[in-house]
Design a protein around this ligand. Structure first.
Ligand code: NOJ
Ligand code: CA
Length: 634
């Protein structure tokens, strides 16, 4: 209260930088800036509000310089407001301190309250949820005005600060920042000098700009890792989908009522016969990866503790270094390396962050010893320290501590159930993925709406790539398991996700035996790149469709993917991005006539032809379907 403007400074900035991995080889960071320096006479304190304005949006943050009168303080509230001009259409998920594993709702702003009120009890069925208000929503929040303006509100560089939600005053249509509290209700412990995260707004009358705009990355600091040569985009498979579907288990035995690490003697336990991470099974996946050009194999359930990992708020849940008796860590890593493949580590923390931090150095040393260079972490359940939330300042600092410690060990990180990202992967490109949204796993837990993956690029992906784990070919799970769920896309829709859902980390998530059945379609997963020199969004509308063309890094080859939501449509792909005078071998993987994600998901056809710049492909996409195209320069 009572601040006076002391001075303002304006400047401009224009720089082009090269991401370690990304959708494009270079990114232009071009903005005008204004710093408004404020003084509060009653306390003799200074703060600055800094604004950066881009062609497609803006960011602002609060800066607290170090000063005699302001060194340490506790945040009680942040009152940043975003005033809406009308009752826009919102594509939103409920504000929640613990999870983002939701499907998107599409309602007017004034419709949010009724939906949350109706489902608030049902939301509690996830493993850890805290919905805080009937008008609270998460960022990145996508909006659309009646006259066709696309607006997106998010935050960038959320470091040493709690994650921000938005709470709507639905009478006046004003959103206000709503910070995640700690266990006793405080919003953040600050020591000056300190800058808050950026509060961002993107805007355009063309939905494609929402996808190509790099504002969130640009508002993060440049890369802090000097030698990035060990960071690499990765295609991987894994001992995983069987456990999610329920046909195999993470645990080794059914003998144990509970586990005490270091005391329980697994050698005396009878194997349950369903354990997934056995030597034999892991070797089968390594062979499959080696044969098909996948660089890594994720193995979950390799370590002691899975018999009672969930639901007990157990502090000492895993030690991250002790394998089960049927997982020979040395033999398997040697076997993989001999075939040019690496194993990918899995650290499920069961949300016992306290325990994970105690074991982190040993766990990463073990990885270094055996030659692992990537870890998938996970935070299922309520957080320990008890009472903390997944999105609090303390937990955001935990995830950051893991990223920075991993960087010292030359380890790439893919964090599941962590807070949703805010572009930190620019500064720490060893953060190659997050889940932090509803992923493919939910297709085995009842399903994701068909438009889910044409929503995520507008929202969740604004902050960084997602480990969505695409590539499920046997979409009807009851065809091969007791699981009654089905995947809400066609087989070609799954292929399209390798383009539409940009990530430097892409899983081929289905079982090797399923890919062997559809080997001609699997060829696309073998061929597709996961790092790009260029990307062009050709068609886009939130929750309806996305079509994107990408040029594979260091090559002249292009790949195109298109995904549609609930409605069948025809994508129009103008090949005007190809090189003039050049011919390309084109393979189109598309939904066949009659394909439909509910009734006929596996009907696909593959068309081969030669194309050139200027040709136009018209490709039918089934309900919940999509297509994938490879264009190999001749
Ligand atoms: C949830 C993760 O999202 C999933 O991928 C993982 O398999 C399980 N937790 C077990 O860690
Ligand atoms: Ca998850």
């Amino acid at each position: 209260d009572g601040f006076k403007v002391k001075s303002t400074q304006t400047s401009s900035f224009d720089e082009t930088w090269r991401p370690v991995w990304g959708e494009t080889a270079t990114i232009r960071n071009h903005y005008n800036e204004m710093a408004v320096n404020l003084h509060q006479p009653s306390s003799d304190r200074d703060i600055t509000i800094r604004f950066r304005v881009y062609d497609y949006g803006m960011g602002l943050r609060y800066e607290f310089p170090q000063q005699q009168t302001l060194n340490y303080f506790v945040i009680k509230e942040e009152h940043t407001q975003f005033a809406m001009t009308a009752d826009h259409t919102a594509y939103w998920i409920p504000g929640d301190y613990d999870t983002q594993e939701y499907e998107y709702n599409i309602t007017p702003l004034t419709g949010i309250r009724a939906v949350i009120a109706k489902h608030r009890e049902a939301y509690k069925s996830n493993s850890s949820t805290t919905v805080f208000s009937n008008t609270g929503v998460q960022t990145s929040l996508q909006l659309k005005t009646k006259d066709g303006l696309y607006i997106n509100i998010h935050e960038a560089a959320c470091l040493d600060y709690p994650t921000m939600h938005l709470n709507l005053d639905d009478k006046n249509l004003v959103f206000e920042s709503w910070l995640t509290p700690d266990a006793v209700g405080r919003k953040g412990f600050i020591q000056t000098p300190f800058n808050t995260p950026w509060r961002t707004v993107m805007v355009s009358d063309d939905a494609r700009d929402m996808l190509s705009c790099k504002l969130t990355l640009n508002l993060n600091e440049p890369c802090k890792i000097e030698d990035t040569s060990w960071i690499h985009p990765t295609k991987y498979c894994g001992v995983w989908w069987n456990m999610i579907v329920g046909t195999k288990s993470w645990s080794y035995t059914n003998d144990l009522p509970s586990v005490r690490l270091g005391v329980t003697d697994y050698a005396k336990c009878k194997p349950n016969g369903t354990h997934g991470a056995t030597n034999e099974e892991v070797k089968r996946y390594i062979d499959f990866a080696a044969k098909n050009g996948l660089q890594e194999v994720l193995v979950e359930g390799w370590n002691e503790g899975w018999e009672d990992w969930f639901g007990h708020q157990k502090l000492d849940v895993f030690d991250f270094v002790t394998p089960y008796p049927d997982f020979d860590i040395k033999m398997l890593n040697d076997y993989a390396h001999a075939k040019g493949v690496k194993l990918m580590m899995h650290h499920e923390t069961s949300s016992s962050a306290l325990n994970y931090e105690r074991h982190l150095e040993d766990a990463f040393n073990l990885m270094n010893k055996y030659g692992y260079d990537a870890v998938k972490t996970g935070y299922v359940g309520d957080i320990i320290p008890r009472g903390e939330y997944h999105y609090s300042q303390l937990m955001n600092n935990h995830y950051q501590h893991v990223i920075e410690t991993a960087a010292k060990h030359h380890i790439m990180v893919n964090a599941h159930e962590a807070t949703r990202p805010t572009g930190i992967c620019r500064t720490w490109p060893n953060l190659v993925g997050n889940e932090s949204a509803r992923g493919t796993e939910y297709e085995a837990f009842g399903g994701n709406v068909a438009y889910h993956t044409v929503m995520l690029p507008f929202t969740r992906l604004q902050g960084g790539p997602m480990d969505y784990t695409p590539g499920i070919f046997e979409t009807r799970l009851s065809d091969w398991s007791q699981n009654p769920s089905f995947v809400h896309t066609t087989l070609c829709g799954q292929l399209s996700l390798y383009l539409v859902m940009y990530s430097p980390l892409q899983m081929a998530a289905d079982l090797p035996e399923h890919y062997e059945k559809y080997d001609d379609a699997f060829q696309f997963i073998r061929d597709v790149a996961c790092d790009w020199d260029d990307s062009k969004y050709l068609e886009a509308e939130p929750a309806q469709y996305i079509t994107v063309a990408r040029k594979a890094k260091g090559t002249d080859n292009w790949f195109v993917g298109g995904k549609t939501g609930e409605e069948a449509r025809t994508a129009v792909v103008r090949l005007d991005f190809l090189d003039k005078g050049r011919k390309y071998a084109c393979a189109i993987y598309q939904d066949a006539k009659g394909a439909d994600y509910e009734h006929n998901p596996k009907a696909y056809q593959i068309i081969h032809k030669t194309v050139k710049k200027g040709d136009v492909l018209k490709i039918n996409e089934a309900r919940g379907g999509g297509f994938a195209v490879s264009l190999i320069a001749k």
